[in-house]
Write a protein that binds this ligand. Structure first.
Ligand code: PNS
Length: 186
């Protein structure tokens, strides 16, 4: 019957649209404790390639961070509030399960230097082993951000150093608030 064929066709179209949209959602996963300019640069690059980028913040109950996962989600949601292509969510457990949850197959990772390679390569292959559809895409940040890491940013901020230009301004404000740093008045 014609109506059955039309229903079948509509289903095929829907499945195709879903399959295509799954392919195009990318997850930029990390601890982001805190997010720094290198991370922000990777997000900017990722949204030039993928229509939707989910920033996935690992909630690791065994590791106490500087900011709680809830605080990190709040900070990043504020940062990307005006960008509909970016969604911010926390996740626990395996990254590949989070990918399935948000209907993504792409993992974005930033690659700063050769020293990142081995760890990143192992993770990419492990994720592919766990879920063969998971594809890792490596993006490189601007050269001037390649020395940045969240660990160094935390250390500098904790010791009262100036993190202007190392993290987006709203994150700097949160770091200063956290460490009780007040801007010097001449
Ligand atoms: O900011 P980081 O520490 O480089 O991020 C690492 C992260 C969160 C991407 C990684 O630790 C991760 O994916 N953790 C989830 C647990 C998991 O899936 N492990 C197996 C694959 S390596």
């Amino acid at each position: 019957m014609l109506s059955n064929r039309l229903v079948g066709l509509a289903e095929d179209c829907y499945n195709l649209a879903v399959a295509v949209s799954h392919l195009r959602v990318a997850v930029f996963a990390g601890s982001f404790d805190p997010l720094h300019m290198g991370h922000a640069d990777i997000v900017d690059r990722a949204i030039q390639i993928f229509p939707k980028v989910v920033v996935g913040i690992l909630n690791n109950p065994e590791k106490q961070g500087l900011f709680t996962p809830e605080q990190r989600v709040e900070m990043l949601r504020e940062l990307y509030a005006d960008n509909p292509a970016v969604e911010v969510r926390a996740f626990t457990g395996l990254l590949v399960n989070f990918l399935k949850e948000v209907k993504a197959t792409i993992i974005i990772r930033g690659m700063r230097a050769v020293s990142d390679f081995e760890y990143e390569f192992q993770m990419a292959l492990m994720n592919r082993h766990l879920w063969p559809q998971a594809e890792t895409v490596f993006l490189t940040p601007k050269g001037r951000y390649t020395y940045l890491s969240s660990r160094l940013v935390r250390e500098v901020a904790a010791l009262g150093g100036d993190v202007t230009g190392l993290v987006p301004d709203p994150i700097r404000a949160r770091l200063e608030e956290h460490f009780g740093i007040h801007a010097a008045v001449d």
